[in-house]
Design a protein. Structure first.
Length: 321
């Protein structure tokens, strides 16, 4: 049977379609998607006024109620952008087409822009994608698991100089665990913590009481028995015994590992949560056509406020990151 990603149903959008657009057509498309609930009619992001004037010389609007001027990206995660809207839409199309993610270096080459521009844009898209699950509570049957990322210590050249890298005193302190909560036939939520045990409060906050939870036999999950119907699996014996199974969680980690090793090569521990959230979104949307994913990302970005973390990122860091 043919894999979904190889079928024609997975291809409903091509980068060529975006790049053939004129700047005016790309602008109209973004406006239509941002204010889709108003039939594509812009409304003021300041006062919410629906009566606006459209300037002919410049692609901006003026609110009749408050007199404020705004653009198609005002009040969104793309506010104060430098790229043309067509290039922003092209970046989203490239981002949607990357099954395991897209590196900032590749994005900068495809768009012919600075690496810094592509880096911040990619993180803004991740922030918008993650916002879809900020208020989601999981229920039914949920699989949980944890996997450690980062903090690699290169062993010494000679064997006699090597140390036990499993000991905390011989680690960098940058090693983090990504804990995944994945509802079967539902959404995926991630949490980055110093240990699996530290993520337990988040699990209790994001997973509804009475939920059936499948987990491995790590002692970190023992405390959850008082609140949930727990099903445990011993991975040293098998990965599925008909009673418990965490293969859904393992599938997520497979995608995240491939993104780390094959696409990004290194993920800074400060931003591990952003990459984990992106891969959770991709895992949940893996059976959707790329055109549908493109529309979802555009709408999520248009509905997200100005990023407090990424607006002026390079100016705050003095270009050291």
């Amino acid at each position: 049977m043919q894999h979904f990603l190889l079928s024609s149903k997975a291809r409903t959008l091509s980068l060529a379609q975006i790049m053939r657009m004129t700047d005016a057509e790309a602008f109209d498309l973004f406006v239509a998607m941002r204010w889709a609930e108003n039939g594509g009619q812009p409304s003021c992001p300041k006062c919410g006024g629906a009566e606006v004037y459209r300037y002919t010389a410049r692609r901006i609007f003026k609110c009749k109620a408050c007199g404020g001027q705004f653009s198609a990206t005002s009040g969104t995660i793309f506010a104060s952008r430098k790229l043309e809207i067509r290039d922003v839409l092209a970046a989203i199309a490239i981002f949607a087409n990357g099954a395991k993610g897209v590196s900032a270096l590749q994005l900068s080459r495809d768009l012919d822009c600075q690496y810094r521009t592509a880096y911040v844009l990619a993180h803004k898209l991740r922030e918008a994608m993650i916002s879809e699950t900020k208020d989601v509570t999981l229920s039914g049957t949920v699989e949980i698991d944890g996997a450690y990322f980062g903090g690699h210590v290169k062993p010494a050249n000679y064997k006699e100089h090597r140390v036990d890298r499993r000991l905390s005193e011989n680690q960098t302190g940058k090693r983090k665990v990504v804990v995944v909560m994945r509802q079967r036939d539902g959404r995926t939520i991630t949490k980055v913590a110093n240990s699996e045990l530290a993520a337990v409060p988040t699990i209790m906050n994001r997973v509804a009481p009475g939920t059936v939870i499948h987990a491995d036999e790590a002692t970190s999950w023992d405390g959850l028995h008082a609140h949930y119907d727990m099903r445990r699996i011993n991975h040293s014996v098998c990965y599925s015994d008909g009673k418990a199974c965490t293969n859904g969680a393992e599938s997520f980690f497979s995608r995240l590992r491939r993104a780390e090793l094959g696409i990004h090569h290194h993920i800074r521990h400060d931003y591990l949560g952003a990459y984990a959230g992106e891969m959770a979104w991709r895992e949940d949307r893996r059976r959707e056509a790329n055109g549908t994913q493109f529309i979802r990302i555009v709408k999520a970005a248009a509905g997200s406020p100005v990023s407090r973390q990424w607006k002026g990122y390079w100016q705050r860091s003095n270009g050291t990151k």
